[in-house]
Write a protein that binds this ligand. Structure first.
Ligand code: NAP
Ligand code: GLV
Length: 311
């Protein structure tokens, strides 16, 4: 019997740490790090983050592709992907990390931290009563594995949370609305808007000038999904006029955000370099290995994504 191998590719993750983690859990499978492919016909499994165009072409014996994250937009419109199941990560530790980031960003606005930072620079003791969280209306677009937990945690902190998904959802403590027709209502009710939608054909550019105009004036905007979900020029215009009061942005149309990009210099924008939730081999390697063991045992893989739907 020929050797069986797994090919790992990511330009941003610690490939050696993933190799060690997967190796320990998959005896009998050699874990290789691209571009050291070896014999391509031995590769049955690929674990990838944003693989370059043509990456899959030599892998004729591939049986499963695992995306090293939650978003599968890098798999859109590929001509090199064979007809094999594609799975995403579904790691509770990743969902917790995202919920932590979203809580931080929402609390920062709800507790007016940017204003106190400005006051401190001017040595002003700017006391005013903190707002009751129940009076702060937060909208969460996308109620999936990450958005659902973020909405739950926001509700647990006492915020008034309204969430939005494609199909009807039910989350304790969160008012859930679904479908395109409900979007204007959610926007009109969101003093703080959190975006956790996948990037699909339907969601590309879903938030533009019209949608920003529907938000209450001065609304705070938090995008932890994907840059192209938003019309970036319209967002910048809304941040300049004050229609958007401030934004916390972890994702951008072009990453890394290029030097000289207008967002860098905007005082009402907090920028983080796409790390709201990252995959960690300590927790996620076991899930990936478990799925491969399922496949080897003749069972269908878990957390399979629907490439046509886009998530
Ligand atoms: P998910 O489990 O696939 O859930 C997606 C949610 O969005 C679902 O609730 C879905 O509705 C909803 N949705 C999709 N298309 C919609 C549409 N056209 N209109 C309304 N709702 C729609 O995704 P997830 O795991 O929560 O992750 C969300 C996204 O976060 C990922 O796709 C990725 O792009 C991003 N992300 C970013 C980071 C970071 O570090 N910044 C890290 C991880 C993930 P249904 O419930 O009806 O299906
Ligand atoms: C990160 O952005 C992910 O989609 O996991």
């Amino acid at each position: 019997m020929s050797a069986e191998a797994l090919l790992f590719y990511s330009a941003v993750d610690d490939a050696l740490a993933w190799q060690r983690g997967l190796d320990a859990l998959l005896p009998g499978i050699e874990v290789r790090i691209a571009p050291e492919i070896g014999d391509p016909d031995e590769i049955g499994y690929a674990v990838v983050w944003k693989p370059p165009v043509g990456f899959f072409r030599p892998l004729r014996q591939l049986r499963l592709v695992t995306i090293l994250g939650a978003g599968i937009d890098s798999m859109r419109n590929r001509t090199d992907l064979p007809d094999v199941p594609v799975a995403r990560l579904s790691d509770p530790a990743m969902a917790r990390m995202m919920a932590g980031y979203v809580l931080f960003a929402v609390l920062r606005y709800a507790r007016e931290i940017p204003e106190f930072e400005r006051a401190q620079k001017r040595e002003i003791w700017d006391y005013h009563d903190p707002r009751d969280p129940a009076s702060v209306r937060v909208g969460v677009l996308g109620l999936g594995e990450l958005g659902g937990l973020a909405a739950t945690e926001l509700a647990r902190f006492g915020f008034s949370v309204v969430g939005w998904s494609r199909s009807p959802r039910s989350i304790e403590g969160v008012e859930c609305l679904a479908g395109t027709a409900a979007l204007p209502e959610i926007l009109a009710r969101s003093e703080i808007l959190v975006v956790l939608l996948p990037l699909t054909t339907e969601t590309t550019g879903i938030l533009g000038a019209q949608e920003f105009a529907l938000l209450p004036r001065g609304a705070k905007f938090i995008n932890v999904a994907r840059g192209p979900v938003v019309d970036e020029a319209a967002m910048i215009a809304a941040l300049r006029t004050g229609q958007l009061g401030a934004a916390t942005l972890d994702v951008f149309g072009t990453e890394p955000l290029p030097p000289g990009h207008p967002l860098w210099a905007m005082e009402n924008v907090l920028i983080t370099p796409h790390l709201a939730a990252v995959a960690n081999p300590r927790t996620a390697a076991a899930e990936i290995a478990g799925n491969i063991r399922r496949l080897r045992a003749g069972l269908p893989p878990l957390h399979r994504v629907d490439l046509a739907r886009g998530y």
